[in-house]
Design a protein around this ligand. Structure first.
Ligand code: ADP
Length: 445
């Protein structure tokens, strides 16, 4: 029989000619986001709150003090460098910490503070004097579970009585063991084994249940059913929390099966904008010609850092080789790398160790590097249907021109088909993309 493959539309590792689409394995993408993120994503949108009981008062907090946390936890929060609750935490934390407990479905893009919020909730609800498992959290993969565990460990640093166990593959306990850890974090399969088959903990004693990354969970074979089976083992009055970065209908119907009588909190992602970005196209013949145009542009701008996008791994590695031989310090990021390697490359680029990052679509999303002032589409993003992939285009170039700075985007045009893509993009965003003559770059100043 066949062994199920990795989750979702994972990239085939191996072939250099493979076009790296933006739909990489969602669990890997999520892990990468976590590994490279050190602070909150800016989001000025209003939080949308739907209360189960619309007549009950809506609490929102502007400070962590208002939450009346245990002093050990407040100290943990401040030591992590959090000064005030994030946008979503302002509403989510009062609900998560309420007595009697309230169920919650919360949706906001990654990096907005969901993990920190439910970690704090679990830590707050534990009674450390009771030597049994009271909080249960499930995540889609081993690596994601470990990341959550790190957050809880950091936050609970001054509250060492609270103990944590990882229900993940490879973590074997003696049969007949009853664990004393207060919080269990794991993947659905192992959690189900621990709770049902091996009886390492008693599901009936769980007070808080968290299902993180619901969208990634349902994209993973078998996780949806296992999650539902776990939920069925829990007491009716157990607090249930479900978090998700996106909210398609499929996530929604899953969430409603898992979380009875929920409050709902949604925070729309802040749209990327092309308003602060000057867009150009450059007509070139073939890749060598594109390369010299690129060098002209790069040489004539006093720029901090540049990101260059290619469609295939072969092109990306060719280009990074060319740039290196011209004496540029280049980082290469592509899909055959392990997530940890990719995270390390991004870190180095962030720290400014390399000025140029050459990449395929694998990192077109979710990475903000403040200094990036130019983005080059060495190859334009094309959808499966051969039309311009406008969403990817926006994601790529939306990373320049951030934080009030001006950004530049350059598109290399080497055929009539590419020119057509430019026109499609102009039409879609209703923004002009200006022709640039690389022998005369005065226009840029
Ligand atoms: P999510 O789970 O939505 O992806 P996280 O909880 O992982 O978001 O938070 C994203 C980043 O922001 C993390 O580096 C985290 O330490 C930090 N963070 C979370 N809450 C706050 C806060 N209130 N103030 C400052 N930083 C925060």
């Amino acid at each position: 029989s066949m062994v199920p493959g990795p989750a979702g539309g994972g990239v085939q590792r191996g072939s250099a000619d493979v076009i790296e689409t933006a739909d990489v394995d969602p669990a890997e993408q999520s892990l990468l986001n976590k590994l490279i993120r050190h602070n909150l994503v800016k989001n000025r949108n209003q939080v949308e709150v739907l209360q189960r009981d619309p007549n009950s008062p809506l609490f929102s907090v502007k400070t962590f003090e208002e939450l009346r946390l245990k002093p050990q936890l407040l100290q943990g929060v401040y030591t992590m460098g959090f000064n005030r609750p994030s946008r979503i935490q302002e509403n989510a934390l009062p609900m998560m910490l309420a007595e009697p407990p309230q169920n919650l479905i919360a949706q906001s893009q990654s990096g907005t503070g969901k993990t920190a919020a439910f970690s704090l909730a679990m830590l707050s609800h534990v009674n450390p004097a009771n030597k049994w498992t009271q909080c249960l959290c499930i995540a889609p993969t081993y690596e994601l579970a470990v990341q959550i565990g790190h957050v809880i460990e950091q936050m609970g640093k001054f509250y060492p009585e609270v103990k944590l166990a990882y229900a993940v593959r490879g973590n074997r306990l003696l049969r007949g063991t009853t664990i004393q850890e207060h919080i269990v974090i794991g993947t659905p399969g192992t959690v189900l084994d621990w709770g049902l088959k091996l009886k390492f903990f008693d599901p009936k004693k769980i007070r808080v249940f968290v299902l993180d990354e619901a969208d990634v969970m349902i994209a993973t074979q078998g996780h949806q059913d296992q999650s539902i089976r776990i939920q069925r083992l829990l007491p009716k009055d157990c607090q249930m929390l479900l978090l998700s970065a996106t909210f398609e209908d499929s996530v929604w119907s899953f969430a409603e099966r898992i979380i009875p009588d929920p409050n709902i909190i949604k925070l729309k992602r802040e749209e990327e904008t092309l308003d602060t970005i000057k867009q150009f196209y450059v007509v070139c013949k073939e890749k060598e010609d594109k390369f010299s145009a690129l060098c002209n542009i790069y040489g004539s701008l006093t720029i901090a850092q540049a990101m260059i996008f290619c469609q295939t791994r072969r092109m990306a590695s060719w280009l990074s080789g060319q740039l290196s031989s011209e004496g540029h310090q280049v980082a290469l990021l592509s899909g055959e790398m392990m997530v940890e390697q990719r995270a390390a490359v991004i870190e180095r680029f962030r720290e400014g160790k390399e000025k140029v990052l050459v990449t395929t679509n694998v990192c077109s999303r979710g990475i903000d590097v403040e200094q990036v002032s130019i983005v080059v589409n060495f190859d334009l993003p094309v959808g499966r249907d051969g039309n311009s992939d406008n969403e990817t285009y926006l994601h790529r170039i939306g990373r320049t021109g951030r934080f009030g700075k001006k950004g530049f985007a350059f598109n290399m045009v080497d055929s009539q088909e590419t020119m057509d893509l430019i026109h499609q993009i102009e039409l879609h965003f209703d923004r002009k993309i200006v022709k640039l003559d690389t022998d005369d770059l005065d226009e840029l100043e």
